[in-house]
Write a protein that binds this ligand. Structure first.
Ligand SMILES: Nc1nc2c(ncn2[C@@H]2O[C@H](COP(=O)(O)OP(=O)(O)OP(=O)(O)O)[C@@H](O)[C@H]2O)c(=O)[nH]1
Ligand SMILES: [Zn+2]
Length: 196
């Protein structure tokens, strides 16, 4: 497939040259049927993992509607995601609990929009801390909230399969804003809701 963007075409050519040189350096034949298309496939896969740079949470959260609520927390839990660590370009994947508390009477976002916002940021090169914080920042920026929360548990490929090699170990991160940050009781009530 021809890439229309000249700078992407140059990057793709250089990427292919680099990967080809590396294959050769470890004694592999870059032109073998097994590997000839591999640089293109890798680039395509990286394109999928970084599709979030071409997306914007504002787009997903601009569509809100009135709902009969009293300003209590709204959460979606166990949302699966996969991201790519910015240090090793290896995947980390797990689940996120995402919540926000709308101001009483404020319009709310559709249920699917919280996972969509997660994916806008997960499909970028990430650290888990940054991903967690970006989700709550987006909810606060684009919705009328009293606070937001995001708790992520994931397994990192770079920790599981190389380096320290600790498969099964999880990283857990949390970001709280607004009353979930300042009011311990609100945070405790939220945790009760999330674990129901
Ligand atoms: N805090 C944090 N660390 C991460 C994340 N993803 C990967 N890392 C860590 O980033 C660190 C990079 O450390 P370096 O010493 O620069 O790289 P390295 O030599 O490959 O490190 P090892 O993984 O210990 O072999 C490692 O400790 C990884 O476990 C993340 O989302 N958050
Ligand atoms: Zn890593």
């Amino acid at each position: 497939m021809t890439n229309p963007d000249p700078s992407l075409r140059v990057a793709a050519r250089r990427f292919t040259a680099g990967l080809t040189a590396w294959f050769a350096s470890i004694g592999l034949d870059p032109d073998s049927p097994a590997l000839a298309e591999t640089p293109t496939r890798v680039l395509r896969a990286l394109g999928e993992f970084t599709a979030g740079y071409r997306d914007d949470p504002a787009f997903h959260l601009s569509r809100t509607f009135p709902a009969d609520h009293a300003g209590q927390p709204i959460a979606v839990t166990g949302v699966p995601f996969t991201s790519l660590c910015e240090h090793h370009l290896l995947p980390f994947s797990g689940t996120a609990d995402i919540a926000y508390q709308p101001k009483p009477g404020a319009s709310v976002a559709g249920l699917s929009k919280l996972p969509r916002v997660l994916d806008v940021y997960a499909r970028r090169l990430q650290t888990q801390e940054q991903l967690t914080r970006q989700v709550t920042a987006a909810l606060d920026e684009h919705l009328d909230t009293l606070g937001a929360a995001c708790i992520i548990r994931s397994e990192h490929g770079c920790l599981a399969h190389r380096g320290a090699r600790k498969p099964g170990a999880s990283m857990v991160t949390a970001s709280y804003t607004g009353r979930f940050l300042t009011d311990p009781q609100a945070r405790a009530d939220l945790h009760t809701l999330l674990t129901r």
